[in-house]
Design a binder for this molecule. Structure first.
Ligand code: DC
Length: 458
């Protein structure tokens, strides 16, 4: 599949000019080697267009927000990390051209490079199709984040406020206390000093900052504190086959305006690719290599998440019972798990995600803010899966479905690497007698209570 076609699927935009696409995908390390133009100029252009489009988006949506609020809202929508996470999920790094040295150092997965290539692609879209198209793309890619931002607008804030003032207001509103700033470090020669500040409330450390000027160091400490207090959650959902993880994770993500990441789909993709390339599901070496080279794209749409492998939409193809069984088999191997782990962590590290799988709370995101272990009786799970399959027109008997699920449980729980189990700090939720809506509601409530509790001092 051509690069233009892959980009069309990933970005929802069809490029017309191959020369611009080539330029946008040329990292400087590669361009220098080849004597070509790198994507830096396009990146420069795209950076501005992105900001303008994000500004237009929030301008309409938050008509009473102050300038300070608008600045913060815009940064939340189009921060470097949101761009690089977006690019990672959609497999843009695999399309980037990087030089040999950069390749060896794993450059194409670096957040900074991903951010730059996204900006360059936006610059190229602007040149081809104009600002309206850039705006449409930004709305399409990041519009969902807006719903999660409603609470952050402070219409009463009429003037721009610096982080120190905002933290002070936050501390007064929530704790009726003032933050304390303390100089904890002074380094460097007299003409080039570096100050370190900590900000805390009632002895509880909130943030740290370093800078050549005291005032800037204090501001950085306040920024870090605000960032921590307002960071979106990362939520891990684990559980056995057909416990409803995917449906619940997706529902909770939608309710919070977060991204949903289905890690089972990644293992299923490895199993599918292996099958197509004649790689046995018990060949760890070749499977590891296939997983390492997997060009995966996770693209949210109205129906959930579309999964693309090498540009091909495999959303349906990976859902068969056969591929589910294969996924369970290939996921036993450390080489396969390691290859997927880096991507999973990258997608989770910024928060604002609900990730479901088998080892999310135990291995992938051990510091997740909320860990859920969804369970249900074997009978309930088999009945659900059976009903799903009947609806799809499959003719499996309930006994067979029950047996397959039991076998999958045994395999996933019994393997040596990252076996399925509840993390010690997970909330176990038995959904045997719950409807999907009830399960989503419970998890959503737990997430909201964590967000609330953040405002309480220990
Ligand atoms: O959730 P699922 O049915 O799509 O997962 C398919 C298989 O993938 C599952 O049986 C085990 C494996 N898997 C895993 O080992 N670790 C994960 N985080 C997710 C899935």
């Amino acid at each position: 599949m051509s690069v233009v076609e892959q980009l069309r699927l990933a970005l929802g935009y069809e490029f017309q000019r191959p020369d611009l696409v080539a330029e946008a995908l040329s990292h400087s390390s590669w361009a220098h080697e080849q004597g070509l133009r790198s994507n830096e100029r396009l990146e420069f252009l795209g950076d501005s267009m992105l900001n303008a489009a994000a500004t237009a988006l929030i301008w309409d949506r938050f008509p009473s927000a102050s300038e300070g609020s608008l600045t913060r809202l815009r940064a939340k929508i189009v921060s470097g990390s949101s761009l690089s996470t977006f690019a990672a999920a959609r497999g843009i790094g695999d399309l980037l051209q990087v030089g040999k040295g950069e390749e060896r150092q794993g450059g194409r997965a670096r957040p900074r490079l991903l951010e730059d290539v996204m900006e360059a692609l936006i610059g190229a879209i602007y040149l081809e199709a104009g600002f309206d198209e850039v705006r449409a793309r930004i709305t399409d890619w990041f519009g969902d984040k807006l719903s999660a931002l409603d609470d952050e607008v402070e219409p009463q804030a009429e003037r721009w406020k610096d982080p120190v003032t905002r933290l002070q207001e936050y501390a007064q509103a929530h704790w009726k206390l003032l933050p304390d700033y303390e100089e904890v470090e002074r380094a460097g020669p007299a003409h080039q000093p570096c100050y370190g500040y900590q900000v805390s409330v009632r002895g509880h450390l909130l943030g740290e900052g370093r800078a050549p000027r005291k005032k800037v160091a204090r501001r950085r400490a306040a920024e870090e504190a605000l960032e921590r207090l307002q960071r979106p959650l990362s939520i891990a959902v684990d559980g056995p086959a057909s416990s409803g993880k995917g449906t619940v994770a997706r529902g909770v993500a939608a309710a919070l305006g977060y991204a949903w990441i289905d890690t089972g789909a990644m293992y299923r993709s490895v199993a599918l690719v292996a099958r197509r390339h004649g790689i046995a599901w018990d060949d760890p070496v070749r499977l590891g290599r296939a997983a390492q080279g997997l060009h995966l794209q996770l693209i949210p749409d109205a129906a959930g998440l579309r999964i693309l492998v090498d540009g091909e939409d495999v959303t349906e193809a990976i859902r068969t019972p056969e591929i589910g069984k294969g996924a369970s088999e290939v996921s036993r191997f450390g080489a396969v798990r390691d290859a997927l782990l880096a991507l999973q962590r990258r997608l989770g590290e910024q928060g604002g995600v609900v990730m479901d799988g088998r080892d999310i709370g135990t291995v992938v995101l051990p510091d997740a803010d909320l860990k859920i272990y969804l369970d249900a009786s074997l009978e309930a799970r088999a009945t659900r899966r059976h009903a799903e399959q009947l609806a799809k027109g499959a003719q499996q008997h309930l006994d067979e479905v029950r047996e397959a699920i039991a076998a999958r449980d045994a395999q996933d729980m019994g393997r040596e690497v990252a076996p399925l189990r509840a993390a010690e700090d997970a909330v176990v939720l038995d959904t045997t007698d719950l409807t999907v809506e009830q399960a989503i509601h419970r998890v959503h409530e737990l997430a909201l209570s964590i967000l609330d509790k953040r405002t309480l001092l220990p």
